[in-house]
Design a protein around this ligand. Structure first.
Ligand SMILES: Nc1ncnc2c1ncn2[C@@H]1O[C@H](COP(=O)(O)OP(=O)(O)OP(=O)(O)O)[C@@H](O)[C@H]1O
Ligand SMILES: [Mg+2]
Length: 378
């Protein structure tokens, strides 16, 4: 129930004479009542952003605002963490091992001097929402990872925070428990109508939960948008890889009547438009596995977008929830595609490519180049 703004936030950690810039000039606006994701590799600076928002760290430079009220600025904490009304679920959950789960959830309320009756009611209400009523008398060490995670969420929500920060909340869960936990967090967020931020290195978290996502790379904010926009229109090669599996291939270029063939061994994609001023004889292209359609006996319909590009040998196959992830051997390089029918190691298969989905990156900068329609307008 609050909007959050970061203006030109940098964070420098100093140890003796060495300095480390963990965040550089971050500008971010998280709308009231939204579910916002922050995605980045390990060490990118995700937890540091969370700690700055929670008030556990002040930005070395820059401002943090809640609903246009300044809460910290230039190394000074103006509003203390206790007054910020933040519920935070830490990366490692940080439950108190010597307290039982009831006491863990009740703890922040005792600190706030709630009455006994109010505490009991609140803990039971949250436990019902999160399905942990029957484990309240046990200690965190005596329940499953999924249950511990729910206790941590209950504790974060206990004092009715204005917003909820989730730092890699699912990383210690196995795949099935993770799906359940995502669904539960989404439900809780919707029921309580609370501004929520999740940080993760796993794109599946932002696809399941976030309305908008920011990608951080080595302390720099690279792109903000809906998960779908970032997946389909990444600003550069790094964002493309952060949002999901993608083949990144350096192609040679061959011009033909204003169009180009993209050539990588016998993997040749014909008829691609490039900006007039493109001045390299190589280009980097990103192609997601689902845009390389593999088949043995089935017939994929070709059109302007989907084109057969040749026959290749299967290197490995993985069955994955109704489809087959196929790795092709092309010029000593592994290229990943998807098949709807079983194909096997060593077989020759046909590969089709969805040309409209190819992401073209400048060979030098690895930044995305304008798509065809944009060029046509110029
Ligand atoms: N208190 C600190 N003192 C010095 N360096 C720090 C401190 N906290 C974080 N860093 C450094 O800042 C960088 C960002 O750390 P941060 O914990 O924000 O990354 P992260 O994106 O959360 O990574 P992970 O996915 O592994 O949790 C890292 O290189 C880290 O070593
Ligand atoms: Mg972290």
């Amino acid at each position: 129930m609050v909007s959050i703004k970061l203006n030109n936030v940098s964070k420098i950690f100093k140890k003796g004479k060495t300095e480390f810039k963990a965040l550089e000039n971050i500008n971010l606006e998280i709308p009231n009542n939204s579910f916002f994701g922050i995605l980045g590799a390990s060490g990118a600076g995700k937890t540091t952003v969370m700690r700055i928002i929670a008030g556990l760290e002040a930005p070395t430079i820059g401002e943090v605002l809640f609903d246009n009220t300044l809460v910290s600025k230039d190394n000074v904490t103006i509003v203390d963490p206790e007054e910020r009304d933040v519920g935070m679920v830490f990366q490692n959950w940080a439950l108190y091992p010597h307290m039982n789960n009831y006491e863990n959830i009740a703890f922040p309320l005792k600190v706030k001097k709630w009455t006994q009756d109010d505490i009991v009611k609140r803990v039971y209400d949250l436990s019902d929402i999160l399905g942990i009523r029957e484990v309240l008398a046990k200690r965190p060490g005596e329940i499953s990872g999924g249950q511990q995670q729910r206790v941590a969420v209950a504790r974060a929500l206990a004092k009715n925070p204005k917003f909820l920060l989730l730092d890699e909340p699912f990383s210690n869960l196995d795949a099935n428990a993770r799906d359940d936990a995502r669904a539960l967090v989404k439900k809780v967020k919707n029921d309580l109508g609370i501004t929520t931020i999740i940080v993760s290195h796993d794109p599946a978290d932002v696809f399941a939960l976030a309305e908008k996502v920011a990608v951080i790379f080595r302390g720099n904010l690279v792109q903000v948008g809906t998960p779908r926009d970032l997946y389909d229109y990444p600003a550069n090669e790094k964002v493309a890889g952060t949002l999901g599996d993608i083949n990144i291939i350096d192609f040679d270029l061959r011009e033909k009547n204003g169009y180009y063939d993209l050539i990588f061994g016998n993997f040749i994609i014909p008829g691609i438009r490039l900006p007039n001023n493109y001045d390299n004889n190589k280009i980097t292209a990103g192609i997601r596995p689902e845009d390389i359609i593999i088949e043995k006996n089935m017939e994929t319909k070709q059109d302007d977008e989907i084109q057969l590009i040749g026959e290749f040998q299967v290197s490995t196959v993985n069955y994955n929830q109704g489809s087959f992830a196929v790795v092709l051997n092309v010029s000593e390089t592994k290229i990943k595609g998807i098949s709807r029918e079983p194909v096997f190691y060593g077989e020759k298969v046909k590969a089709y490519i969805n040309k409209s989905k190819i992401k073209l990156f400048d060979y030098k900068s690895k930044n995305v180049m304008k798509p065809d329609e944009e060029l046509a307008k110029n």
